[in-house]
Design a protein around this ligand. Structure first.
Ligand code: HEC
Ligand code: HEC
Length: 158
């Protein structure tokens, strides 16, 4: 075979292989019916609202919201989140104060109030639901990488 032909054939085979892999790994999102048939929307998943603060997966992670946020206004005129999480309301609400980064603009200047780029809390902080994940989560905590001997089943020869 001439080199150019050979290359073409190899590229084709690689594409085929990738295609098969994708088909195997992709979660099934379309449901059992063809997409032309209208289906009732699946029920809303129940939100986790147990008020237990969730461990962060890495130090800079925006913490997850452990309480209900249903009906909380977040628009041009009102930010319900700040009625508990602003510094001056934390005594009565017992909510953790927004951290100092929420008072800083992108040049690092500390402002007198909430930085505009942090106004839309839900862009970074999200509640959780009891929905079953579509794909298996293989995230490994940093602690498991740096201290393998302390994890169950980890190295023990150190
Ligand atoms: C009525 C008061 C109140 C309101 C309104 C409120 N929160 Fe909270 N929030 C709390 C309290 C209290 C906690 C501590 C955990 C708990 O009791 O649920 C908390 C915890 C959190 C945490 C977890 C912090 C951590 O370190 O784990 C986040 C994130 C958060 N809230 C975000 C929000 C966002 C975003 C909104 C608006 C959509 C909001 N909260 C509105 C009272 C409030
Ligand atoms: C651009 C992303 C972003 C936005 C928008 C944002 N946050 Fe955060 N938030 C973070 C990150 C990242 C952290 C953790 C690191 C830190 O403190 O900066 C955090 C931390 C927090 C904490 C925990 C503070 C602590 O000391 O434990 C609370 C409470 C919180 N945010 C509430 C809010 C509320 C309320 C709003 C809206 C007014 C908001 N955040 C908007 C990214 C964001």
């Amino acid at each position: 075979m001439r080199p150019r032909l050979l290359l073409g054939a190899m590229a084709g085979m690689a594409c085929l292989a990738a295609g098969t892999l994708l088909a195997q790994d992709a979660p099934r999102l379309r449901g059992p019916e063809p997409f032309t048939v209208e289906q009732p929307a699946p029920p809303m998943q129940r939100a986790i609202t147990n008020d237990v603060r969730v461990r962060r997966n890495y130090p800079d992670q925006p913490p997850l919201i452990p309480h209900s946020i249903e009906g909380y206004a977040l628009d041009l005129h009102a930010n319900k989140c700040m009625s508990c999480h602003a510094r001056r309301f934390t005594e009565q609400s017992q909510a953790p104060m927004i951290s100092v980064t929420h008072y800083q603009d992108r040049e690092g200047n500390t402002l007198g109030g909430l930085a505009p780029r942090r106004y839309s809390c839900l862009a970074c902080h999200v509640p959780q639901t009891e929905a079953r994940p579509l794909v298996e989560n293989r995230f490994v905590d940093m602690d498991a990488l740096t201290e393998p001997e302390r994890q169950p089943g980890g190295r023990s020869n150190r």
